[in-house]
Design a protein around this ligand. Structure first.
Ligand code: ADP
Ligand code: ADP
Ligand code: MG
Length: 665
């Protein structure tokens, strides 16, 4: 077996590979850029090599530096993780030429499958069912329009070298193609250094189902069943699960067989993923093959008990697969939530910054579910603008799908992050949705269920009880503290309070009992019992049991009261004396500022083009400007007709979030 492996990646996947190497007794070398000098992966590795400046093009993508780091440290093999050089056939070949082992498939397989246009030609020849479309390069916008009209709208414009949901756009009509083709091409050039574009039919409301395959260098290939990754935003996966609630045994076997046939046809000899779009009727079409470890591999590990990184290392060393297809079976259900540094309340804008607080739920088994959290960060670390804005991958496993969803809901409650925007409340909202729980999902799920974006959810009756009880209990602790400072306040604490959760007011009587606090709901004639309270003033997380049921909420002091969030339900909670509650009813509501005449920058970024000028009449839907942020080109459109009064930014300007770009008269 190898004695030393170099990891040519960063973040959570570098940490993930180190963990397996440690278990196998293999020493690790991690390469790092300036931005990652103090990272967890660097701390955990046995040896580290600095390879350059923060931009990936000056560090993680520079093959020469990675090869040199191997030579310098005596590493025999390179695990590329995902992204960066992982699907670069030239790099895999270079490793071989230098006498180093690339822990991934052979360069021929990467070459054949690593490119969307090439892999479709290959899959077609191998008898795999493909999405109808034009499998070839497109020269210019005029040709793109012709081809789109031959295929019939809607179509999908795709960068052949695309990945991670980037370099993809749907076109519903001619105008979309005219705008989308150059945009995808520019994005492809900027992100992948390759501007070849193709067009295929857009399958409406499909599901994304992919098959994990695993091969060795002796001609054996098996599949490790499917993952469903239909919960996507902008074609980027957000929640994944294994197995898929859509598939029956026969469809699973048919997809598995096609995936294995395709893998065998290219002598596939490592872990890889064959992606399909599937109709609700269980028809399926090949999308692409990812010739690498996949971000969402943990859900497959949780249902098969296999360690995919270990399998990749063993196969790279030349070992035969230790099992056959008939030895494999699905055990239970696993779900993964990608925790991103993005602000769900503001259209999911990237929200980079420092993890002022980072407290993930405990890993391991608890209350009938198992938690796994793959992360490459610690409290105090920064999520920088240079790389993927993923904070961690939170997984739950349980014997059934519903138990795994419930476990994920609880694990999300227990995850506390401060310092930047993060999508935990959004993920929790999905776990609580009846449609998600029923398994009737599609890649349109987020658009269907959150048509106007995400603004949190209204508390359910159970959540209203939690928020009421927590507010009352917190107030009681603060009041007791105040009383202990003020000598004049003798006598028992006040029992009668009015708890306002948002606009809903309830009269309560609060008293203590042996193990916690009782909140009597006067108007409803019933009581809530809080026990096992784990909280003290200043702590941002409040854990307890409500009538025996464990829960966790995130709490923060706010003007006059508290802000309390349970999953996706966030509310301001005021605990008032009956007299103050009356006065409160008479206070006028504060109005939000009118921003309807302003076009604000939705995110920090760079203005690529400013398409309007002062005095110009602009119609609803017309392009106002184009912003580039996180390597994506974002078209900002006018939300209504109007005349431009002032333009405050020009092409090339860096802009902050909420900066006023254009004012309408
Ligand atoms: P990437 O390399 O970015 O993963 P894919 O080709 O796998 O690109 O597509 C990403 C996602 O876009 C898919 O998971 C699916 O949701 C959607 N998608 C891709 N192609 C189609 C299509 N032809 N019809 C409908 N949806 C598609
Ligand atoms: P898909 O290509 O089907 O969307 P994944 O969802 O597994 O596959 O996403 C993998 C992609 O995400 C990579 O190709 C890369 O663009 C991006 N990515 C995610 N994490 C990282 C990382 N740590 N380093 C580099 N790229 C990453
Ligand atoms: Mg894909």
């Amino acid at each position: 077996m190898f004695t030393k492996i170099l990891i040519a990646n960063r973040g959570e996947i570098a940490v993930r590979v180190i963990k397996t190497c440690r278990r196998l007794g293999i020493a690790t070398v991690v390469v790092y850029s300036d931005a990652d000098a103090g990272s967890l992966a660097v701390e955990m590795a046995d040896e580290t090599v600095h390879i350059g400046a923060s931009p990936a093009a000056q560090s993680y993508l520079v093959a020469d530096k990675i090869i040199a780091a191997c030579k310098e440290t005596g590493a025999q093999a390179i695990h590329p993780g995902f992204g960066f050089l992982s699907e670069n056939a030239g790099f895999a070949q270079r490793c071989a030429d230098e006498g180093l082992v690339f822990i991934g498939p052979n360069p021929g397989a990467i070459q054949a499958m690593g490119d969307k246009i090439e892999s479709k030609k290959f899959a077609q020849a191998a008898g795999v069912s493909c999405v109808p479309g034009h499998i070839g390069e497109i020269a210019d916008t005029a040709e793109a329009v012709t081809i789109a009209e031959q295929i019939g709208y809607p179509v999908m414009i795709k960068a052949s070298a695309g990945g991670g949901g980037k370099g993809i756009r749907v076109a519903w009509n001619r105008q979309d193609v005219e705008e989308g083709f150059p945009a995808v091409r520019a994005e492809a050039k900027a992100s992948f250094g390759d501007d070849r574009i193709f067009i295929e039919k857009f399958i409406e409301s499909p599901r994304h189902i992919e098959i994990q395959v695993l091969g060795d260098k002796h001609g054996n290939v098996v599949h490790l069943f499917e993952r469903e990754c239909s919960i996507q935003r902008r074609n980027q996966k957000v929640i994944e699960e294994a197995p898929s609630p859509l598939l029956d045994e026969a469809t699973r076997a048919a997809m598995g067989a096609q995936a294995v046939a395709l893998a065998k046809a290219v002598n596939y000899d490592s872990a890889g993923t064959v992606e399909f779009v599937a109709g609700q009727d269980k028809s399926f079409f090949f999308l692409e093959m990812n010739t690498r470890l996949q971000v969402e591999h943990p859900v497959t590990e949780l249902i098969t008990g296999l360690d995919l990184v270990e399998q990749m290392i063993r196969s790279a060393w030349g070992e035969k697969l230790a099992f056959q297809q008939s030895d494999l079976k699905i055990n239970g259900w696993a779900i993964e939530s990608r925790i991103y540094a993005e602000d769900p309340y503001r259209k999911f804008l990237p929200s980079i910054g420092r993890l002022v607080r980072y407290a993930p739920p405990e890993e391991g088994e608890k209350d009938g579910y198992t938690v796994r959290n793959d992360a490459g960060v610690r409290e105090g670390d920064e999520i920088s603008m240079y790389y993927d804005p993923m904070i961690s991958k939170l997984c739950s496993w349980a014997p059934t799908r519903l138990a795994a969803i419930d476990g994920m809901g609880r694990a999300l409650e227990d995850f506390h992050i401060e310092g930047l925007g993060q999508n935990i409340p959004f993920l929790a909202a999905v776990m609580d949705q009846e449609r998600f729980r029923s398994g009737k999902i599609s890649t349109n799920y987020i658009k269907d269920e959150f048509p106007d974006g995400f603004a949190g959810t209204n508390p359910t009756p159970d959540q209203l009880d939690i928020l009421t009880a927590v507010g009352a209990a917190m107030q009681r602790v603060y009041a007791a503290r105040a009383r202990s400072y003020a000598s004049g306040l003798a006598g028992p604490p006040r029992e009668d309070w009015v708890v306002a959760v948002g606009h809903a007011k309830r009269n309560v009587k609060v008293s203590e009992h042996d193990d916690g606090v009782t909140i009597h709901l006067v108007d409803e004639g019933r009581s809530l019992s809080l026990t096992a309270i784990d909280w003290r003033p200043g702590k941002p997380v409040f854990r307890a049991r409500l009538d025996g049921q464990a829960f966790t909420v995130q709490v923060a002091p706010a003007a006059e009261g508290f802000t309390i969030r349970h999953r996706a339900a966030k509310a301001r909670v005021l605990v008032l004396t009956p007299r103050n509650a009356e006065l409160h009813d008479r206070l006028p509501e504060k109005k939000a500022a009118d921003t309807s005449k302003l076009v604000l920058s939705p995110m920090p970024g760079l203005v690529v083009s400013m398409d309007v000028a002062a005095g110009q009449l602009v119609r609803e839907g017309e392009v106002v400007c184009v912003l580039e942020a996180m390597k994506m080109q974002n078209i900002i459109r006018a939300e209504r007709d109007g005349t431009v009064k002032a333009v405050n930014a020009k092409s090339g300007d860096p802009v902050a979030a909420d900066e006023i770009l254009v004012e309408f008269a």
